[in-house]
Design a protein around this ligand. Structure first.
Ligand SMILES: Cc1ncc(C[n+]2csc(CCOP(=O)(O)OP(=O)(O)O)c2C)c(N)n1
Ligand SMILES: [Mg+2]
Length: 654
């Protein structure tokens, strides 16, 4: 109440209403160690209802994490450890960034996947991975589609160590849930294959305790405990109404509440010393589980020194020595290869060497080339499997991937058609906010996919992914650029990456004639140049349009025009190069420029204007064979040659 009041913003009601639940969990069930918030085998706790952040901050303070009362007083302030919504990396004990409703449920499922997988791979006589994942979800979490997707997956995968609490308080910001929500949430989850319990009163500590016990005992199904609560409110006439939401109670109401509860002081932020002592002592007792586990871990290390080393390598995010040796090389003799197919070759080659690489697709494995051949699938029968089947659940996939990554020791990849990246944008941006090393494999990346038509042909997706801060976007132009792109992506540690790949075959460029694809590591590089390195015009392209520029370059050469081809698979990696390199690739004095990309032109003007020509998409695509589409939408070497001549004459002021 006091922190929200001081910040003059935030949600006090749900932290108040769920205080008893937090109390039961943190004093009787969760295994955690405030002195080591990252203890490997801690139980995970996710507050999916991130707006109720003061609930978790209060408990982290009370149990003795590195979070002081002063930190609570800094709620929602610049660079404080108590941001408006829980943010991973800011607050010790916060396992994931929540706030966008539904995401925390998906993250929890991913964490439960991570626990199940790591246990299956690493546990021996000693169970070094053996923990629960808990979450608290609100009405909003339950309404959002992503929680449906993730819960459906969790039920199917029988993630028995996942335990959720649904705060069934019958209210959202717009008022009574009866306005818009008449699901029987318990029955819905039961239908997904979850174990369901009901607690009629959020203040009934024993009932909460018993339900949690039963949920822990049920290990063959995930559990949901539906808890009826009443949101904390100010004056009685605000009870269960919208005004109780999202705003401080007001000083008068806080005083009245403290009086009504018989609280020993009306001083803001007063915590009774005996209460604090009780919490801290209890937390210390709970942390004994960490000591016990340390002994188990030592025995494990003794018995399995090699495996333990491998585990530590994975947890540190270091790739196995010599993994690059597995990377394939393509030659012009390989002929035409779709970049999605080249990617499949790379995944299979490095997948054998990098066991932490684990993923699959949203029901498009055969089209996105994401199966590691010879590896089993992840399933309820085999959690050690690395080939993942997310089902047709892109949003859930992205959210589960974040949880898998947060769980530790796993580099998740997830694939779908580029067009459906729109179905999973929220977890993509959260991956970036949380510095997660996750990999998106987006295939069928343009009108080049042909007959499926405008509903399936991405146009605005590529620039919109580029607009996500921190997301490394790579659109390689031939098979060898795909290899280099994977090399770049695997070596990231704190960034998500999106590989944007073609459905259609692309020529494998002759690297004895043109520059090495290793330039991909710099985001953009000179692929072909004028003999004297003084071109009249620069042709720029990404992905499937690169070879068109190479063809145009050869035509221009025959016509006596000196051109340069710059392959630009990743704008943001290029922007991170030093100025000297950027000027070398795109010398400012060469103003005649042409860009070619089968996507919205948004953003290209920074490289091409004021005198250049941008060849791109200005409308949606259409259903037709690829050749026809390329002609109709103006993607051909002839058009590029024409544009180059135009750019040269414009740059000369004509
Ligand atoms: C995806 C998403 N949409 C909208 C919001 C804005 N928002 C914050 S809390 C909330 C609803 C609050 O109702 P409920 O989920 O029942 O939580 P309670 O207030 O009962 O704790 C909404 C819509 C959000 N955080 N995330
Ligand atoms: Mg609610």
């Amino acid at each position: 109440m006091d922190a929200v009041q001081k910040a003059d913003s935030g949600h006090p009601g749900t932290p108040m209403a769920l205080a008893p639940l937090a109390y039961v969990l943190w004093t009787r069930h969760l295994r955690y160690d405030p002195a080591d918030p990252n203890w490997l085998n801690r139980d995970r706790f996710v507050l999916s209802a991130g707006h109720a952040s003061m609930l978790i901050y209060s408990v982290l303070y009370l149990t003795g994490y590195d979070l002081s009362l002063d930190d609570l007083k800094q709620f929602r302030q610049w660079e404080s450890k108590t941001p408006g919504h829980p943010e991973y990396g800011y607050t010790p004990g916060v396992e994931t960034t929540t706030g966008p409703l539904g995401q925390g449920v998906g993250n929890s499922v991913g964490m439960a996947v991570g626990e199940a997988h790591m246990a299956a791979v690493f546990n021996r006589d000693q169970k070094i991975f053996d923990h629960y994942t808990y979450f608290i979800a609100s009405d909003g979490d339950m309404m959002e589609g992503v929680s449906h997707e993730a819960a459906s997956f969790a039920g199917h995968a029988k993630l028995g160590k996942l335990i959720g609490f649904y705060d069934d308080n019958h209210i959202t910001i717009e008022g009574d849930t009866a306005l818009t929500f008449s699901d029987d949430t318990g029955a819905r989850f039961e239908a997904y294959g979850w174990h369901i319990q009901h607690v009629a009163d959020a203040n009934d500590l024993d009932a909460l305790d018993r339900a949690t016990q039963a949920a822990k005992a049920e290990t063959s199904r995930p559990s949901l405990i539906v808890v009826r609560s009443h949101i904390g409110y100010g004056s009685p006439n605000k009870h269960d109404t919208a005004e109780a939401h999202g705003s401080p109670l007001g000083q008068d109401e806080i005083t009245l509440t403290k009086k009504a509860l018989g609280y020993p002081s009306e001083e803001p932020f007063y915590v009774a010393p005996e209460a604090l002592k009780y919490w801290r002592d209890t937390a210390k007792k709970r942390a004994k589980a960490h000591d016990d586990w340390n002994r188990v871990y030592d025995a494990y290390k003794q018995a399995n020194p090699g495996l333990e080393k491998e585990l530590q390598r994975r947890l540190a995010g270091d790739l196995p020595d010599g993994w690059e040796d597995a990377l394939p090389t393509f030659t012009a003799k390989d002929g035409n290869v779709a970049s999605r197919a080249a990617s499949g070759v790379v995944i299979n080659a490095i997948g054998k060497k990098i066991p932490e690489l684990m993923g699959g697709s949203a029901d498009l494995a055969s089209s996105t080339n994401t199966i590691i051949k010879g590896e089993p699938s992840f399933s309820a029968e085999n959690y050690a499997g690395r080939n993942f089947h997310f089902g047709i659940r892109e949003h859930g996939m992205g959210s589960i991937m974040n949880g898998m990554s947060l769980s530790g020791g796993i580099i998740p990849y997830g694939a779908t058609f580029l067009i459906f990246s729109d179905y999973m944008r929220p977890p993509v941006r959260l991956a970036s906010i949380m510095d997660r090393h996750v990999i998106y494999v987006y295939t069928h990346d343009s009108i080049g996919l042909g007959e499926d038509g405008p509903t399936h042909q991405p146009v605005e997706q590529l620039p919109s992914l580029r607009a996500i801060p921190g997301l490394v976007v790579l659109r390689p132009g031939d098979a060898n650029e795909v290899v280099e792109a994977w090399k770049v992506v695997m070596q990231l540690k704190n960034e998500p990456a999106a590989l944007v790949l073609s459905r259609q075959n692309l020529p494998t460029l002759d690297r004895t004639k043109y520059a090495s694809a290793s330039g991909v590591a710099k985001g953009a590089y000179i692929l072909a140049d004028a003999e004297d390195s003084k071109p009249e015009v620069i042709l720029m392209a990404t992905g499937s349009e690169l070879y068109l520029c190479v063809n145009a370059y050869e035509d221009l050469k025959k016509q006596g025009i000196k051109a340069r081809v710059v392959s630009m698979p990743s704008w943001d990696i290029f922007e991170h190069q030093d100025e000297a390199y950027r000027r070398k690739v795109l010398p400012p004095e060469i103003k005649a420029r042409v860009s070619v990309e089968q996507a919205s032109t948004f953003g290209w003007s920074q490289y091409v204007r004021p005198t250049g020509v941008i060849i791109g998409m200005h409308t949606f695509g259409a259903s037709a064979p690829l050749k026809e589409l390329q002609k109709k939408f103006g993607f051909s070497p002839d058009k590029i040659v024409e544009a180059a001549r135009e750019a040269i004459s414009r740059s000369k002021g004509k």
